[in-house]
Write a protein that binds this ligand. Sequence first.
Ligand code: NAD
Length: 307
Amino acid sequence: MLVYIAGSGAMGCTIGYKISKNSDNEVILLDYWQDHIDNINNNGLTVKGEFDDNIKIQAMKPSEASKKADLIVVMTKSMYLKDMMEAISHLIDENTQILCLLNGMGHEEILKNYVNLNQINMGVTIWAAALEEPGSITIRDIGTIDVQNIGGNEEAGKKVADILNEGKLNARYDKNVMYAIWRKVMVNGTMNSMTALLECTVGEFFAIDAHERIIDELVKEFVEVGNADGVNLDKKEMLDYIRETSKAAKDHYPSMYQDLVERNRKTEIDFINGAVVNKGKTHNIATPYNEIITQLVHAKEELNDAK
Ligand code: NAD
């Protein structure tokens, strides 16, 4: 099988590394960062953390790739997914499956413009990685991946899970992946956005008096919109999950904090809190807490001229 990773940052390189290292599938990393591409091609992809390794793997720009793909794992940041799909459309035919593991939700609306629904596999991953310098990633933990073909093509979705498992990525076919996606979005939509706005760790946010009210209001909106959207969500279950997750992450600065505060980069807010605002509009449900959080994060991006 020919597997492209479209967007080979920390997470794209993690998936590409694992599949290339552990299976017979051919993996090609696609990216735009020339120094990163050159370092990988000249010196191999260096992997630190859970795995101490250096592997030979091909990297190139999307325009330099030509062979049709069996599987494309899209791993850009959410706001660049559309541009990436445009750039890789020549690699896709009716036999190509797409796997989307981006944080946030609503990406399938973009993917639907390029492939049929039965070629789209949505997923959620708790692998964690960082890209500290071009050509070198750190894989922080051993994770898992949940995946489902959202066009009802279970056979294709299970094949995607098999490829991931050949790569020892701990994947499982999930018949209700939207539940897992919404649950993760709620974690990101509470912890990530608030720590990025308040510039604190998860633990520091959870020690603030107002945290309970803020989380309660955000989750109430998520649950109401999710249920209207056909995903069966229980507010207490979500609040318990967020609280549990926060304990393990108490000393962490989540990825949105790192993007916005440490690296002055734009965030995925429109696909997290912003996504529930948009979906709320289609269901006629007001989402004032998520709306203000989305606007505040954008205001901070604008104020700091985030790139
Ligand atoms: P990333 O920031 O590592 O990479 C995203 C893109 O930015 C890549 O194309 C990369 O080459 C480019 N890039 C990174 N640093 C750059 C620099 N200094 N100069 C030029 N280009 C640079 O993003 P990621 O963490 O791999 O995230 C991809 C998706 O996966 C997102 O939706 C994210 O939310 C999700 N995700 C990430 C993790 C994680 O632990 N990293 C975990 C779960 C989900």
